[in-house]
Design a binder for this molecule. Structure first.
Ligand code: NAD
Ligand code: USQ
Length: 406
C-alpha cells in the first residue's frame, strides 16, 4: 500500500513509519516539525538524541534499501498544498498522528489552548474535506485517545466507542439507540480529540469516508524492533513536565535518582500500551478497514490498566527510587476505576506486551545512557489546569513538593 503517515516524525509516528516500511509499504511522512519547535519553545529536548527527519530517512534507506519520503507540510495551515498532495499521490491509507498531543501543554495558557484547538481541529477537518474534495478512496486511521471517555468511575466496562442506550418514544415505547459514548474530556487537548470524533461521524455518514479511530491509552517504552537497529533511528523520548507521560517519566526519574512525581494521591487509573504494541495495532487496523458507508470503526488501543500510585511503588521496588506525593497540577478526580474493553484487537491477533515482561528495565537503561542530557529543573510538571491550582502548585526542581499548601 501507499501510506501517508501524518505526524511521522513524532514519538508514535516514527516507529510506525519504520514498521510499515519494513513490511513493504510505500511510506510518505508528512510533518510540519512543530513538535521540534515546541521543544525549542519550552527549552527542553528529547532524552534521546534525535537526528533530523531527513537524516533518519537516509539511515533507514542505507540499512534496508527502503525509501521513506518526507514532506514538510502543515496540515492545519496549508490546505491547498494538502489537497494537491492527496490528488497527486492518492494514498491507499492515511494514518493521522499530526496533532498537539500533550494535555499539560494545552493547559499552559490561553495561547496554548488556542493553538491546540486551532492546530488539532483544523488539521483533522482539512484532511477530511481534502479527502472528499479529491475523491480519493483512502482508509483514514486516526490516533485518538482513551481520554475522550473521561475518568470518572462508572462501575462498568468502557465499550469500544459506542454505547447502546434505550429511550422512550412519544408513545411511551422503549427504543434501542446506539450513540457515541458520551465524551468527558479532562483537558483542552482531550477536548480536541472529542471534537475529532464528531467530525469523523459526520464525514463517514455524509461522504462515506472510511475511518478508523483508535482510542489509545498512554504509550510507554521507547524502542521498537526497527528503532533498535541503528543509533540514528532512535525514537524521541519526552521526560519533561509537559510532554513526558507518567510511566516513562517514572522510569527516567528512577534512572537519575529523582523522586517519582506522583500527582495527588496517585489514585488515578489509566490505560497503557507499549510502543511495540501500538505500532502493531496500527498494522492490524489497516488490515481491517471499514467499507464506504460504514459507521466509524472505533478500537480501544490499550492492553492493561494501572493505578499511578501502584506504578510508582512498583518502580520504587524495582529500582530503589523514592516516591514523592505532590499537589496535583491537574483538575482530575483523586481516584477512579477503569475497566476497558479491547476485544477487537485481541480478536485480530494482538499479543500484548505487559509491564511484567522486562521492558521496564530497557527504558531505565536508555535513560541512564543519556542521563547527561536531562535538565533536572524541567522534570516537575508545572502547567496548572486553573489559576487557583497554579497558586498552590509550588515548584521545586528536586520534586520535593511533598504537601499541598492549600
Ligand atoms: P508527537 O507530538 O511526538 O508527534 C506528533 C507529530 O505531529 C509531531 O512530529 C508534530 O510535529 C506533528 N504535527 C503536529 N501538528 C501538525 C500539523 N498541523 N501539521 C503537520 N504535522 C503536525 O506525539 P505522539 O506521542 O507521537 O502522538 C501521536 C498521536 O497519537 C497524537 O495524535 C496523540 O494524540 C496520539 N496519542 C499519543 C499517546 C502517547 O502516549 N504518546 C497516547 C494516546 C494517543
Ligand atoms: N501523572 C503523575 N505524575 C506525573 C505525570 C502524570 O501522577 O509525573 C498522572 C496525571 O496526573 C494523570 C496520569 O498520570 O492522572 C496520566 O498522565 P499522563 O501525562 O501520563 O497522560 P495524559 O495527560 O492523559 O496524556 C497522555 C498523552 C496523550 C494521550 C493520553 C492517553 O500525552 O497524548 O492521549 O496519554 S489517555 O491518558 O489514555 O487519555
Amino acid at each position: 500500500m501507499k501510506i501517508a503517515v501524518l505526524g511521522g516524525d513524532g514519538f508514535c509516528g516514527w516507529p510506525t513509519s519504520l514498521h510499515l516500511s519494513e513490511q513493504g509499504h510505500e511510506i510518505h511522512i508528512i510533518d510540519n516539525l512543530s513538535r521540534r519547535w515546541i521543544d525549542t519553545e519550552l527549552g527542553v529536548q528529547s532524552l534521546t538524541p534525535m537526528d533530523s527527519i531527513q537524516e533518519r530517512c537516509r539511515i533507514w534507506k542505507t540499512l534496508t534499501g527502503n525509501e521513506l519520503h518526507f514532506h514538510l507540510l502543515d496540515l492545519a495551515k496549508e490546505y491547498e498544498r494538502l489537497r494537491q498532495w492527496l490528488a497527486e499521490e492518492k494514498p491507499d491509507a492515511i494514518i493521522h498522528f499530526a496533532e498537539q498531543r500533550a494535555a499539560p501543554y494545552s493547559m499552559k495558557s490561553d495561547r496554548h489552548k488556542v493553538y491546540t484547538v486551532n492546530n488539532n481541529v483544523n488539521a483533522t477537518h482539512n484532511l477530511l474535506t481534502a479527502m472528499v474534495e479529491t475523491g480519493i478512496d483512502a482508509h483514514l486511521v486516526h490516533l485518538g485517545t482513551m481520554g475522550v471517555y473521561g475518568y470518572s468511575s462508572v462501575g462498568a466496562a468502557i465499550p469500544e466507542g459506542y454505547l447502546d442506550v434505550e429511550i422512550e418514544n412519544l408513545e411511551g415505547e422503549k427504543k434501542g439507540l446506539e450513540i457515541l459514548y458520551p465524551t468527558k474530556p479532562g483537558s483542552v487537548y482531550h477536548m480536541t480529540k472529542s471534537l475529532d470524533q464528531i467530525l469523523f461521524q459526520f464525514y463517514a455518514q455524509n461522504d462515506g469516508v472510511r475511518i478508523t479511530d483508535l482510542h489509545q491509552g498512554i504509550v510507554w517504552g521507547t524502542h521498537t524492533d526497527q528503532t533498535r537497529r541503528h543509533e540514528q533511528l532512535i525514537n524521541r523520548f519526552d521526560y519533561d513536565g509537559d510532554y513526558g507521560t507518567v510511566l516513562n517519566r517514572f522510569l527516567i526519574q528512577a534512572a537519575i535518582d529523582y523522586p517519582l512525581t506522583v500527582h495527588g494521591t496517585g489514585g488515578q487509573t489509566r490505560a497503557f500500551i507499549h510502543l511495540q504494541d501500538s505500532v502493531r495495532c496500527i498494522e492490524l487496523a489497516l488490515s481491517d478497514a471499514p467499507k464506504a458507508g460504514d459507521r466509524v470503526k472505533i478500537f480501544n488501543q490499550m492492553t492493561e490498566t494501572h493505578r499511578v500510585r501502584d506504578l510508582a511503588e512498583m518502580i520504587a521496588r524495582m529500582t530503589g527510587a523514592k516516591v514523592a506525593y505532590l499537589p496535583n497540577p491537574r483538575k482530575e478526580a483523586e481516584a477512579n476505576d477503569l475497566i476497558v474493553r479491547n476485544e477487537q484487537f485481541l480478536a485480530l491477533g494482538l499479543d500484548p506486551t505487559t509491564l511484567q515482561e522486562g521492558l521496564l528495565d530497557e527504558v531505565v537503561e536508555v535513560a541512564k545512557k543519556y542521563a547527561h542530557r536531562i535538565d533536572r529543573s524541567r522534570v516537575p510538571a508545572v502547567s496548572a489546569w486553573t489559576k487557583d491550582i497554579a497558586k498552590r502548585v509550588e515548584t521545586d526542581p528536586e520534586g520535593k513538593r511533598l504537601k499541598s499548601v492549600s
